[in-house]
Structure formats: structure tokens, C-alpha cells
Design a protein. Structure first.
Length: 156
């Protein structure tokens, strides 16, 4: 038995760093991933595809680990980094994008993440587990943004 947990998050913030510096960090997946909390392992599968193996998290008597792969495509002209899920890798499908906009004296950054996690748990646990998993993921993304904001010299 499994349960599915859907996650849909969007964030916007402005940083002091130049758009080119922000793009350089966010378009290089290993560098960007180094700011994300609880990444156990990032595996380069080639052709712009990376498998993320997150650290195990414990919920009550259950340990869960999220593993997924996404294909990354960067477009410096548009200031975008997009990722699409790779099926058959792990227990989640994750897509999203960064949109980086040069504001001359600052850089506007928008992040959208969509995830569909499949967890090996009985359906009855969904009411308990889904909100905890969603909150944990949201907390990690917010920590990621905080870490990146510090790297980019703070928020404007």
C-alpha cells in the first residue's frame, strides 16, 4: 500500500547579487544543491539529469526517504532554470523552475516547485503523514532560500 503526497510551492524574493551571479549558482545543479538542507547524495546521471537522495526523516515509528531525478535545462537569455521529472527513479516526481530577473540594483528571483511523492504507507496514515511531509518539505525549501539569500548578500 502507498499514499501520494502532492506539494506545490511558490516563492519570490529579491537579493543584492547580480543576476549573472544568481544565474551562475542556480544553473549549476551541484552548487545550487549544496545550499539545500538534508541532501544525502546528489548523483549526476549525465545529460543534465540529477538524482537527489534526501536524508531519511523519521515520522513516529516510520523512516521515510525521498529519492527522485529531474532533468535540468538552463536558459541564460531568459534567466530560467527548469527541471522536469525523470520517471522510474525513486519515489517522487519533482518539477519546477527558477526565474531570475535583473532589476539593475538587485535581482528578483522566483521559485516554483511541484512534487508528487509516493510513500510506502497504508492509506489510513495519509491524514497524519501528508501534513507532516508537506510541512517538512516546506521547511527545507525555506531553509534553502535562506541559505541562498545569504550567499547572494542578503535580501533587498
Amino acid at each position: 500500500m502507498t499514499i501520494n503526497v502532492n506539494i506545490d510551492l511558490g516563492y519570490e524574493f529579491e537579493v543584492k547579487a547580480s543576476a549573472s551571479d544568481v544565474f551562475e549558482v542556480l544553473s549549476h545543479v551541484p552548487t545550487s544543491a549544496s545550499f539545500f538542507p538534508k541532501v544525502d547524495k546528489l548523483v549526476d546521471l549525465g545529460d543534465g539529469v540529477y538524482r537527489w537522495e534526501m536524508a531519511k526523516i523519521g515520522i513516529a515509528s516510520v523512516n521515510l526517504q525521498t529519492i527522485y531525478a529531474s532533468k535540468y535545462v538552463s536558459n541564460p537569455t531568459k534567466g530560467t532554470v527548469q527541471w522536469t521529472p525523470v520517471k522510474g527513479e525513486g519515489n517522487a516526481l519533482v518539477s519546477g523552475h527558477w526565474k531570475i530577473t535583473d532589476k539593475k540594483k538587485s535581482t528578483h528571483v522566483a521559485l516554483q516547485i511541484n512534487g508528487d511523492l509516493t510513500l510506502p504507507l497504508p492509506g489510513l496514515m495519509k491524514m497524519v503523514v501528508a501534513p507532516v511531509v508537506e510541512a517538512e518539505f516546506e521547511k527545507m525549501v525555506e531553509q534553502y532560500i535562506d541559505n541562498l539569500t545569504k550567499r547572494f548578500g542578503g535580501e533587498v
